[in-house]
Write a protein of this length. Structure first.
Length: 508
């Protein structure tokens, strides 16, 4: 049977799913959580050992529930730029720096000064989230640790090593996050030297495999850990949201995938490598050959709403429904509060890790519903700002497909659709990353000729959500205020963020 195991390592835990290619349906899913630690403002760390233990628990439970089905292929997708520093045998030397960790903001700023041609693929600079600035941070602030590191890699590389015993890199992650030259198919060692880490290439996984390529059969030890009696092919995966493009079948130019979760990600491909200032990319051959991948999004989106409702307001699930209803009853902009969503910096279109969140217009008459409504509108305006920037660059957007946290938060979904002013095809409660990973596994196992064919094979039906024209007009006005406030407050926000980071470095 053509059954495939897709693995999705997210911010809060690992999700495993078994997909039946013949029935075009997910047979079952299982999730196991792992913790994140925030030792200082702007820092976020996880344990690679926790990932591996959680994976074993999730897959053994899932396969037990499904009576241990025969698996033809496995593929892994993970958060991007969650960086592991370890020995060649996989022993971690330091907690992994989670993707949202922005301690390397200063190092990221330094990358903008480079005129190396490969920097054009990332829009002229690296983000603080990415592997290279984080490696630079280790070299500067933990030089002994950096020197002793035999491998610096991402979560996906670590998990693939644990599954197969092979250190291999995903062409997607390498192109998008490591300044890898996917046209010349080589590491930019002279660029690493310019950044003060001349030996970085020797610490990275040297073998780079395209998405969907077979890596190796599952090792016997890993099969036992996962609860499998067989040793299926492990196929190369990539970045969780980007692999979701395969699951959503949005790989053609003019199609946009937007996933709402802890962060929000917007992804599309171009037919040619035209400049996209303010975005990340265009990355040649990152997902498939002869296409240029572009990524955008917000570092903090659903996390802003969760922080406000759960951490600040202390609401449980039952009281969240009441908050949703009260906030939804307010008209667009009716609270008179403008929220800026940059609580962990901005990816697009400002590309600034030192921007910070704000609520403007507060009075003593405001309540929790007004604050939450403003926060939702701020996150929605950030997505609308990305779409506006795409239009300014002449990038066509004729189809938008979405999934993720929107389906569990009706006020966030409606605000996003109304702010963007475009119909959105909402997929059912389905994990696009697991679907995409299943498609990658099908390609690697020889059950599909390429990723385009595999994407068609796993595609699921959607429901169209149309915008409210009157609400969209109001959001257009709010977007102007959002952009104006960002421009005015950027110098102050950067100063405040710099103080936070300075205090973290001193251990304050």
């Amino acid at each position: 049977m053509a059954r495939l195991l897709g693995l999705d390592f997210g911010t809060g835990g690992v999700r495993a799913g078994v997909f039946d290619l013949e029935l075009c349906t997910m047979l079952g899913e299982s999730e196991e959580r792992y913790p994140t630690r925030h030792p200082h403002p702007g820092w976020a760390e996880q344990s690679p050992v926790d990932w591996w233990e959680a994976l074993g628990k999730a897959t053994r439970r899932l396969l037990g529930d499904l009576d241990s089905p025969e698996i033809a292929g496995i593929s892994v997708a993970t958060t991007a730029s969650t960086v592991v520093v370890c020995k060649r045998d996989g022993a971690p030397l330091h907690p992994a720096l989670l993707w949202m960790d922005c301690r390397a903001a200063v190092e990221a700023d330094r990358t903008a000064a480079s005129r190396h041609p490969v920097m054009a693929y990332s829009g002229g600079s690296d983000a603080a989230e990415w592997l290279v600035p984080k490696a630079m941070w280790f070299a500067t602030h933990e030089p002994e640790l950096y020197a002793s590191a035999e491998v610096i890699c991402e979560c996906i590389d670590y998990i693939n090593f644990m599954l197969t015993g092979q250190w291999v890199g995903s062409r997607m992650n390498a192109t998008c996050k490591w300044n890898y030259d996917s046209v010349a198919r080589r590491f930019a060692e002279d660029l690493y030297a310019e950044f003060g880490v001349p030996d970085l290439a020797g610490k990275l996984p040297r073998s780079i495999f395209p998405v969907g390529a077979p890596i190796e059969r599952l090792s016997a030890g890993a099969a036992a850990h996962l609860g499998l009696s067989s040793r299926p092919i492990v196929a190369q995966g990539g970045i969780d949201a980007h692999i979701g493009m395969v699951g959503a079948d949005t790989m053609a130019p003019g199609e946009l995938l937007m996933i709402g979760g802890t962060s929000t990600v917007q992804l599309f491909q171009l037919a040619r490598g035209t400049p996209v200032d303010g975005f990340w990319g265009p990355y040649p051959h990152a997902l498939v050959d002869d296409h240029w991948l572009v990524e955008a999004g917000q570092v903090s989106a659903g996390s802003v709403l969760s922080w406000l409702s759960r951490d600040m307001f202390g609401l449980d699930d039952a009281r969240l429904d009441t908050l949703y209803r009260e906030a939804a009853a307010l008209p667009v902009g009716g609270a008179g509060i403008l929220s800026l969503d940059y609580f962990m910096g901005n990816r697009t279109p400002y590309r600034d890790p030192l921007l910070r969140g704000a609520f403007l217009g507060l009075s003593l008459g405001h309540d929790r519903a007004a604050l939450y409504r403003a926060a939702v509108e701020g996150v929605a305006l950030a997505s609308a700002n990305v779409l506006k920037r795409m239009g300014e660059l002449g990038v066509e957007c004729r189809r938008v497909v979405s999934s993720g946290g929107y389906s569990r938060n009706p006020i966030w979904l409606k605000a996003t659709v109304d702010a963007m002013g475009l119909p959105i095809q909402m997929l059912p409660e389905v994990n696009l990353t697991i679907l995409g990973a299943a498609a990658c596994a099908a390609t690697g196992a020889g059950l599909a000729n390429d990723l385009f064919e595999a994407a068609k094979a796993v595609a699921q039906p959607s429901v169209v959500v149309d915008p409210d024209p009157a609400a969209h007009e109001r959001y257009r006005e709010l977007l102007s205020e959002y952009r104006e406030a960002t421009e005015l407050l950027t110098p102050l926000m950067r100063r405040l963020a710099a103080r936070q980071l300075e205090g973290a470095h001193r251990g304050v």
